[in-house]
Every structure is written in structure tokens, then in C-alpha cells.
Design a protein around this ligand. Structure first.
Ligand code: HEC
Length: 243
């Protein structure tokens, strides 16, 4: 086994090892498309080289033809050939099936959790003073209306398990802690159905409260939510400072 076929295989393997493992030790890894391009170039150069004369072609193809036709084979080589001939169609069939069969994995979805609110809500600020009375009144409404889903501000109300996406956890730093009061006002007023398409309104169980609650009650609930969760709303000033 020291014919041109073995040498060619070693060259191709050498190129692959060099590009994938050796080169990245010295410089940034190459993009896969470039590696494939180099491998294809190597293979085609080898093919050009071995087809230069009839004898070099025969030296290259001989072992392949003899292996596939089974000419004069005995013992272990015979078995290897049979296993190979059975395995190839099986693997091709399996590969084709694996790529074509529909999968039961849920598609990755890109629901925007905090889409931009409609213009009329941008920049609204809470008109009510932040007094203990207002906070208590807001929390009273909160516990009668919002608790079943949002729980004690932690998103773990008794009904929460039934919903996906789950009810927002107001204690988490990713919800109201990074939002402005105007954003909450919008979300509470118009609920899940008020979300734009990128927020996937059809998935949200958040009710629309504008018919049940007056604006004043909503602002009080917002105060109660912030007080209860231990967060402070973001304000315009803070945002400008950050920029
Ligand atoms: C039927 C269950 C349910 C009830 C009741 C409910 N919510 Fe929600 N709420 C949700 C779900 C589910 C989400 C998350 C999906 C979404 O953003 O629309 C959510 C999201 C929110 C958000 C958005 C948070 C964020 O990070 O964007 C706010 C604010 C909110 N709810 C406030 C309230 C208030 C205030 C009440 C009571 C007046 C209330 N919710 C009652 C289910 C509920």
C-alpha cells in the first residue's frame, strides 16, 4: 500500500489537519468556506496529476477498481468489501432521511419582549404624587387583579404556570427595572393584544385593562408595582446621562 492512492489520501489529510488544527495555533482560524475551497483545490490538483498519463491513472485507480470488483479477493478483504457495499447505500439513505424528515423541535422564535411603544405613550410620566396612600391603593388593585398571574411581583401567581410566555417577573432586573413608567402604562392599558407584530400579540396572555381601569388607577398600580418589587423606574434623565 504505497501507491499514489495512499499518497494522495495522506496529502488531503495533511492539508485538512494543517488548516483546521495547526494553523489556528499561530493565527486566527480560517472560515470554513475557505478551508473547503483549499481542500477542493488540493483534490483537483491531485486528480489533474494522476490523470496525466494512462499508467499513472491505472496506478491510482487500480486499487479502487480491484477493491470494488472483488477481483481475486480472499479472507478479510472480501468481508470488508461486502460490509462496505452494504453500508454505503445504508448511510446515504439514512443521511437523506435525517435531513428530510420533519423534526419535532420547536422553531427558534424571536419574540421581542420589549418592543417600542406607540408614539402616544412615549415620554408620559406619572401625574400622581408618589405617596404611601397612592402606593397602597395601587397595590390593593394589583393584588386583586394582577396577582393571579404576576404573583407577589415575582411572576409566580397561581395561574402563571399555564402561560407561555410566562407572566412578567417584576422583581427580575430584566423587566420593569429597565423600563420607564410610560412603557408600563402602555402595556397595562392595551395588554397583549396591544403589542406590535414583533411582540407576537397572539402569544401573550396579558389582559387589556383600559376598559376596567381608569388611567389614574393604572398609574397607582405602577407605583405599587415599583414599590413592591423594590425597583425604580428608568427616567428620561438617566437615559440621557448614559448616552
Ligand atoms: C392572565 C394573566 C395576567 C394577568 C391577570 C395580568 N398579566 Fe401582566 N402579563 C401577563 C403575561 C403572560 C405577560 C408577559 C407577556 C407580555 O409581555 O405581554 C405580562 C406582562 C406584563 C407587563 C410587561 C412587563 C415587561 O417586562 O414588558 C406588565 C407591565 C404587566 N404584565 C402588568 C400587569 C398588571 C399591572 C396587571 C394587573 C392590572 C397584570 N399584568 C395582569 C399575564 C397577566
Amino acid at each position: 500500500m504505497k501507491g499514489p492512492l495512499l499518497k494522495s489520501a495522506l496529502v488531503v489529510i495533511g492539508v485538512i489537519v494543517f488548516l483546521y488544527w495547526v494553523l489556528p495555533l499561530f493565527t486566527a482560524p480560517l472560515p470554513a468556506s475557505l478551508i473547503w475551497l483549499y481542500i477542493a483545490l488540493t483534490v483537483s490538483s491531485i486528480l489533474i496529476f494522476v490523470t496525466m498519463s494512462a499508467s499513472s491513472l491505472e496506478a491510482f485507480m487500480g486499487p479502487i477498481t480491484r477493491f470494488l470488483t472483488g477481483e481475486g479477493q480472499v479472507g478479510i478483504v472480501r468481508t470488508v468489501r461486502i460490509v462496505f457495499l452494504v453500508l454505503v447505500p445504508f448511510l446515504v439513505g439514512w443521511g437523506t432521511y435525517a435531513t428530510l424528515a420533519p423534526s419535532d423541535e420547536p422553531p427558534t422564535e424571536n419574540r421581542t419582549i420589549h418592543p417600542a411603544p406607540p408614539g402616544e405613550f412615549v415620554g408620559l410620566s406619572n401625574p400622581l404624587p408618589n405617596t404611601p396612600e397612592n402606593i397602597t391603593a395601587g397595590q390593593g388593585r394589583y393584588f386583586s387583579l394582577c396577582f393571579p398571574c404576576h404573583g407577589v411581583f415575582d411572576g409566580k401567581g397561581p395561574a402563571a404556570v399555564g402561560f407561555n410566555p410566562p407572566p412578567a417577573d417584576f422583581k427580575d432586573s430584566g423587566t420593569i427595572a429597565q423600563l420607564q413608567e410610560s412603557f408600563l402604562f402602555w402595556r397595562i392599558k392595551t395588554g397583549g393584544v396591544g403589542l406590535p407584530v414583533e411582540g407576537m400579540p397572539w402569544k401573550s396572555a396579558m389582559p387589556r385593562w383600559e376598559f376596567e381601569l381608569s388611567d389614574e388607577e393604572i398609574w397607582k398600580i405602577i407605583m405599587g408595582e415599583y414599590a413592591g418589587s423594590g425597583h425604580k423606574p428608568r427616567t428620561w434623565e438617566e437615559e440621557e446621562e448614559e448616552e
